[in-house]
Design a protein around this ligand. Structure first.
Ligand SMILES: Cc1cc2nc3c(=O)[nH]c(=O)nc-3n(C[C@H](O)[C@H](O)[C@H](O)COP(=O)(O)OP(=O)(O)OC[C@H]3O[C@@H](n4cnc5c(N)ncnc54)[C@H](O)[C@@H]3O)c2cc1C
Length: 501
């Protein structure tokens, strides 16, 4: 017999949802997690991640509290500058062009470190991200870009550890259980309708946390909100984030907030699966060394400043730029000087790559306008300025006299062999969401709370606009998941007390 009443029900089983479930259960209430997918496809986009997670810290001493395995000897070899709350906040504001909601942004940043510690206390294992966020110089590992930590075994490890904790705490999880409707009476949540194998059942509760993702996997919603060109985008993560939570909340009067015409999207391998393949997690299709490349479209033209900033601050907006190119394709071009420095994903068997001993031969291998392709590279090479090349900082080694410029890390493409990696646009998650307050309570169109309704993760609008500082998605999910779970539990307990009295 299924239990049909819970104090708190959480829709979704990704990072935000499981953090919410754990946080609610810590307050002593009964919790049910509803997951649309089957058990072997659990974990949502969070499962597919690289596990990179951005939080504020005061140097290596704070990091060692999260990763106690770092020995004194290892610590000696690490250069890891402080990443303060102010820097995190400023990065968020800078990349969102000042649009991130100040209160939500402040909440995310100021709660980031304590939430990481809470995750660790709940069994999440973290490690230093040497591979992708540091460069070795004179025997020291220099970490750059405020993102030195990732979860062990990436998103796979994160979801495994979260589920382990969920089980330890006695939280019920129903798989293949799609939340389809919120039941409310007079601005008060009373239950949720769940679809299981074509049957619908209502589970009673007075507190729901919606953490069931954005609408990135829904073609119709992508078309409507992002534009018809988004039809062709590859979906990098789960097939299940089709905007159900948003639609359910809007149906009972929730207010929308944030950048509904914006999304996180990147340059991903042109041959990547059309939608995230749960048997190939680990974010293996991205191609994130482009700041050291030039990117050329089919017409033979460059179209962005590849070196405008550190990767962490440009990658989430360049997918859109690639989508705008003819055939939605671009080629990252490297020569043999740079090739050994590329990230691991370039060496995987899944990486699509063309290489040749001359640029002319390379142009013959890929369907580009050969004359313009060669002219663009020649003009770029002529525009490269002298200076010290240093991938650990914005080195200012740029170009003069070409448009778009390349502002940092401009090296001539001149040493054979030459490489072309074809990329297309992969959508990660939609930015638009629900209006919530800093406790994760969902507000209605008038700005008042809907009693008993909370949200977290991708479902929250107003934090990310246009762009995004890498590693903030998992952090936002954890911070607001923890807050929403605790708020939902508190609300449910207060409701119970009222009933008893
Ligand atoms: C390939 C890839 C790599 C990424 N790398 C990083 C990274 O390194 N660092 C970072 O910070 N961010 C990264 N992100 C972004 C990050 O995944 C998201 O910001 C974050 O995981 C969102 O968490 P969430 O819990 O809100 O959503 P999700 O993890 O997507 O969880 C949503 C859950 O809801 C379920 N669901 C959907 N509809 C329903 C329904 N009707 N009923 C019940 N359940 C439902 C889904 O099945 C899913 O389990 C990456 C994303 C992708 C796709």
């Amino acid at each position: 017999m299924k239990q049909l009443h819970y104090d708190v029900i959480v829709a979704g089983a990704g990072n935000a949802a499981l953090c919410a479930a754990i946080s609610a259960r810590e307050k002593g209430v009964s919790v049910l997690v509803l997951e649309r997918g089957p058990k072997h496809k659990r974990g949502g986009n969070s499962f597919f991640t690289d596990g990179a997670i951005r939080f504020a810290y005061q140097g290596i001493k704070d990091i060692r509290k999260i990763i106690p395995d770092i020995s004194d000897e290892e610590a000696e070899k690490i250069h890891l500058p402080v990443y303060s709350e102010t820097e995190y906040y400023d990065d968020l504001m800078r990349v969102t062009e000042g649009k991130s909601d100040p209160e939500l942004a402040k909440q995310l940043v100021s709660k980031s470190y304590e939430t990481i510690k809470w995750m660790k206390d709940n069994g999440i294992i973290f490690e230093l991200n040497y591979e992708n966020q540091s460069f070795e110089q004179e025997g020291k590992h220099h970490f750059w870009g405020g993102l030195p930590v990732k979860t062990k075994d990436k998103g796979v490890g994160l979801i495994k550890q979260l589920n382990k904790r969920v089980e330890e705490l006695g939280i019920d999880v129903w798989y293949e259980s799609r939340a389809v409707e919120i039941v409310a009476d007079n601005n008060q949540i009373t239950g949720i309708v769940v679809q299981q194998e074509g049957e619908k059942l209502t589970v009673n509760t007075n507190s729901i946390v919606l953490a069931c993702g954005g609408f990135e996997a829904n073609k119709t919603m992508r078309n409507k909100h992002l534009g018809s060109e988004w039809d062709t985008a590859i979906v990098r993560g789960t097939e299940y984030n089709t905007g159900d939570g948003l639609s359910m909340a809007l149906a009972i009067g929730a207010g929308t907030f944030g950048d509904w015409s914006g999304c996180h999207s990147i340059g991903t391998d042109y041959q990547a699966p059309r939608v995230g393949d749960f048997t190939k997690p680990g974010d293996i299709y991205k191609k994130h060394s482009y700041p050291y490349s030039i990117m050329i479209n089919k017409e033979g033209d460059r179209f962005v400043d590849e070196g405008a900033d550190l990767r962490n601050y440009t990658y989430a907006k360049y997918g859109r730029e690639i989508l705008k190119q003819p055939g939605h394709i671009a080629y990252q071009i490297y020569d043999s000087q740079v090739r050994p420095m590329l990230r691991k994903e370039y060496d995987l068997e899944e990486a699509t790559c063309y290489n040749a001993n001359s640029l002319e031969e390379l142009a013959d291998l890929i369907p580009v306008n050969k004359v313009k392709f060669l002219k663009t590279i020649k003009e770029y090479n002529n525009a490269v300025q002298e200076g010290e090349y240093n991938p650990t900082v914005k080195d200012g080694k740029g170009t003069i006299g070409i448009n778009p410029p390349k502002t940092n890390w401009a090296l001539r493409i001149e040493k054979a062999p030459f490489y072309a990696f074809p990329v297309t646009c992969g959508i990660t998650f939609s930015f638009g969401g629900l209006r919530v307050n800093t406790d994760g309570e969902v507000l209605n169109t008038k700005g008042d709370p809907i009693n008993g309704l909370f949200a977290a993760g991708e479902m929250i609008g107003g934090i990310f606009y246009h762009n995004y500082p890498g590693g903030s998605g998992l952090m936002s999910g954890a911070v607001f998941g923890k807050l929403a779970g605790a708020s939902a539990a508190r609300y449910s307990q207060e409701k119970k007390c009222l009933k008893i009295n």
